[in-house]
Design a protein. Sequence first.
Length: 206
Amino acid sequence: MSKTIQGAAAALALFLSAAAPAFAQLPPGVFAGEHDYKLATAGAYDVDAAHTAVIAKVSHIGYGLSVFRFDKVAGTLTWDPAAPGKSTLNVQVETASISTPVPGFAAELAGDGYLKSAAFPKATFVSTAFRQIDASHGQVEGQFTLMGKTRPLTLDVELTGAGKGFMGKPRLGVEAVGKINPQDFGLNPLFSIPIQLVIDAEFAHQ
């Protein structure tokens, strides 16, 4: 190991040992989120796109599941921990941002044979009701729009973390799971089995 690397490692170790007592005294939720929605400050939040994944699990001709990911997501959450039922959610996903491990298939999926992204560039979800189950579980009902067609969609939501966040911005993280019938949206007849949507999202306070 070079002297430069050794010096950097020593400096890092010194910093961590000095900072550890200060970190230990910080209140819960500053760096690590807690499993209690009440710890998320009320107000408006933006989707943290860098820490959000929208996944579609699609039957692969009955043998397994193909996993597609959409890489460009935006949206807002208005959160009220005192009355979760008053909260609102509005999310947009760019359909052309789909990715898949199968070489060249993402462009085909975004094209006219499947998602028709040129004509319908965004899929959207707009909430109509928040239903609390316990401190870390609930349901969000809403209207899901894909390829110009809108249908009701219920998401089962689990809180993954809430708290004061970092750099002065409270954060809220969830995993939401729901299913859509592909034929309700005019998708290619190749997709005949319900598609599972899994959304792992973080929201940062505005």
